[in-house]
Structure formats: C-alpha cells, structure tokens
Design a protein around this ligand. Structure first.
Ligand SMILES: Cc1cc2nc3c(=O)[nH]c(=O)nc-3n(C[C@H](O)[C@H](O)[C@H](O)COP(=O)(O)OP(=O)(O)OC[C@H]3O[C@@H](n4cnc5c(N)ncnc54)[C@H](O)[C@@H]3O)c2cc1C
Length: 379
C-alpha cells in the first residue's frame, strides 16, 4: 500500500501485513475447507492492538484511526477474508457503537476487554424476516421491574459462536408508540443462546449464527444509548462498518490481482507467457485500475471519518457499493486469467472469488447502497 501514511499508520499496516503473511496465509485454505473459526488468531490480533484501532488509549485502544484501520484490514483480508470480517465487526460495529452511544460505565466495562481481544463482540440486527428492512424486526424487549425481558431470534450474526458480548436490536414500546432499542448482552446471560451455525459459500473461517433470546432478562444498565434510538445507532454505526467491508473487498481484489500477475508471468501457451498476450494484459490493466480507484476512495472516506465529520453516509455507501462490485469484477477476471486452473481449489483465486461475493450483500446490499446514495442526492 503506497498511500501517504504517517509513520505510526505505516508501521501498523506493515505489522498487519507481517502478521497476515506469517500467521494467516499458511492455514487459510484449510480453515476455508473445514469452515474452521480459529479464535486464537483473533485474540492474537487483539494482543497486537488490531481490535481497538479507532478507540482512544483511555479505553485500551491504539487510537490509530480509520485510515490505519482500513490499511490494516486490506492486509488481513488479502490473506484471510474470514478473519478480516471478524476484525471489522469488532472495530467498526461493536467498538464504535459502544464508544459513541455507551454510558461511561459501559465503555469502562466493555471497551478495554474488546480492544485487547479478551472479549469478542458481535452486532445482531438482522432477522429471518428483517434484512434490508431492519425496522420490521420482531425481537422484543419488554420493561420488567428494574430491567427488560428479551424474546426473539436474530440470524446471520458474524462472530456469533465466539462472542462474549452482543449488541442486539429489539422492538420496544415507548409510551404506547413502537420503537427500536439496542442492548448489550453478555455471554452466559440466562435465556440467551447461540442457535444455528450457517454453512457458507465464502468467508468460511468466520462464524455466522443465529442468536436466540428466550425470556432473557437484562438489567436496565444493558440499554445502549437512548431508548427508542436503536435504529439511529444501527445506521450511524453501519456508516463506519462500510469502511471495514470496503477494505475487505479491496484486500480480496488486490490479492486476486497479485495472483493473476504472477500466474500471467509463469503460465506459457503458444510458446510464450500468457502475460505477453494483449487479451491478458488488458484484463490485468483493468483489474489494477479498478483496485487503485477503490483504494483511493477507501482512504478518502476513512480520512473523512478520522477528521470527525459527523456524517459521511453517502460517501460510505458509494465506497461500499463501488469497492464490493469492483472486487466482483476483479475476481471474475482473475479466474479468467487462470483458465481452468482458476476453477480448482488448489489455486487461491477460487477462494477469493467465493469470499468476495458477500461484500455485495452484508452491511447493506448493493441495492440498498444505491437507495441510500439516491436518497442523499434527492434530499
Ligand atoms: C455471511 C453473512 C454475515 C452477516 N453478518 C451480519 C451481522 O454480523 N449482523 C447482522 O445484523 N446482519 C448480518 N448479516 C445480514 C446481512 O446484513 C443481510 O443478509 C443483508 O442486509 C440482506 O438482508 P437479507 O439477506 O434479508 O436480504 P433481503 O433484504 O431479503 O433482500 C433480498 C433482495 O431484495 C433486494 N431488496 C430489498 N429491499 C430492497 C429495496 N428497498 N430496493 C431494492 N432492492 C431491495 C436486496 O438488495 C436483495 O437483492 C450477514 C449476512 C451474511 C450472509
């Protein structure tokens, strides 16, 4: 990555690259094949400071900010996109939501453990009947004495099986009017359990599960942010989350490009390396241009977040839309450059092609990103 970074940012990205190459690269194909979630790798990332990159030092973070986080995410995603999404959820969905909407007591209790990787967190918004339209969720929280009782099932929660802390969004009744609130629930709370584990097409080294709440009682201190402001908390937090997913997409695409350049130099047909054929050269040129453009956008939006701009909703949606669809184009061409070998599991591009696909779906599908952009344009 040659974007101009400060020394601290550059060192963080270089260290992430070293960790990814040494610790993630060697076992990535096996974790993918076995759908193995290795929580130890995440804990190691936490020990190195990569699970609290945007948090202030007072809460155990490294305070390196979104630009360093985006650069580090690229490096992790190049080697294992499943580990990258786990890192993204922790930094940009869980930590960010607690830092910006939590009480001082919640920040002091949760953030140092999350930043150190002692605790893994997850963000449970989606339900079987409420995906792109989260406001139609059915999970409820009902006031009961000094606390709330939660009932319902969330699905497709990243980090679900390994989570120590869950941010869960529920319907609430506010003086007779319906609303949505967010709650912090700890592993081991009676009435809370992990449901179905999903068997996925890609990012198979990450955990995706149902989260089941059955008469799950939480104290009033578990409420995150203001009562009834849950949807705002979710949507504001997802702006930052989209930086993480865009970085994941850029990492996957950059890895596909590098594999393709290497292969184009090695593979010989018609008596010369295929990289000397114009048809292959044009594909590589388009892939490199696509990656470069997405990376430029990524660092610009990360910089907007670091500069403290209150909302960058439109830009984050444009970034996530472009970077994920860019990664689709690049991974498609990477298979083409590899010919039949690209279809085989021995070649990394086969995994990258499958891993890329989800970036166009989670944290808002491409259609939802277009809707958000258009709504911002039209006012
Ligand atoms: C591997 C994985 C991990 C995930 N991790 C998490 C997580 O950690 N936490 C979490 O809360 N969720 C998570 N999700 C859920 C994810 O965010 C949703 O799957 C996504 O938002 C889409 O919702 P849906 O699957 O219900 O699709 P639907 O909303 O049913 O969409 C189906 C199709 O309809 C289109 N569509 C829907 N509404 C509109 C519209 N208004 N205009 C145009 N087209 C529309 C969609 O774009 C899509 O093409 C994860 C999902 C997966 C697969």
């Amino acid at each position: 990555m040659d974007f101009e970074l400060s020394d601290d940012q550059r060192m963080a990205v270089e260290e992430a690259r070293r960790f990814a190459v040494e610790k993630l690269g060697p076992g990535a194909a096996e974790r993918d094949e076995k759908a193995e979630v290795d929580v130890k790798l995440l804990k190691q990332l936490g020990e190195l400071g990569y699970l609290g990159m945007t948090l202030p030092e007072a809460y155990g973070g490294t305070a390196l900010g979104a630009v360093a986080y985006a650069g580090s995410m690229i490096e992790i995603a190049k080697m294992d996109a499943g580990v990258a999404v786990a890192m993204s959820v922790q930094n940009s969905l869980v930590n960010d939501a607690i830092e910006h909407f939590g009480t001082e007591a919640q920040k002091a209790e949760y953030l140092p453990k999350l930043a150190a990787g002692e605790w893994i967190g997850c963000f449970s918004l989606t339900e079987a009947g409420a995906g792109s339209d989260p406001a139609s969720m059915r999970t409820t929280a009902v006031k009961d004495g000094d606390g709330y009782v939660l009932n319902g099932t969330k699905n497709f929660t990243t980090n679900g099986a390994i989570a120590d802390a869950v941010i869960v969004f529920t319907r609430v009744d506010i003086g007779g009017k319906p609303g949505i609130s967010a709650f912090l629930v700890k592993k081991g709370t009676p009435g809370f359990s992990v449901g179905k584990h999903e068997n996925k097409m890609g990012i198979r080294s990450s955990s995706t599960t149902e989260m089941v709440f059955t008469k799950c009682r939480v104290p009033k201190e578990a409420l995150l942010g203001e009562e009834g402001k849950g949807l705002k908390i979710a949507l504001t937090t997802l702006d930052g989350g989209r930086i993480g997913i865009a970085a994941q997409a850029v990492g996957i695409a950059e890895a596909a490009l590098e594999e393709s350049v290497r292969y184009a130099k090695e593979r010989t047909q018609f008596g010369k390396p295929i990289g000397e054929l114009e048809g292959i050269q044009f594909m590589l040129a388009d892939m490199a241009t696509d990656v470069e453009l997405a990376k430029t956008m990524l660092f610009r939006v990360a910089w907007m977040k670091d500069s403290g701009k209150k909302r960058y909703t439109k830009e984050a949606a444009m970034l996530k839309l472009f970077a994920s669809e860019m990664a689709h184009r690049v991974c498609h061409k990477a298979i083409q450059v590899h010919g039949g070998y690209g279809f085989m599991k021995e070649f990394k591009v086969e995994r990258l092609y499958r891993d890329q696909r989800i970036t166009e779906i989670y944290e808002g599908t491409s259609e939802i990103q277009r809707y958000v952009i258009a709504r911002n344009l039209l006012g």
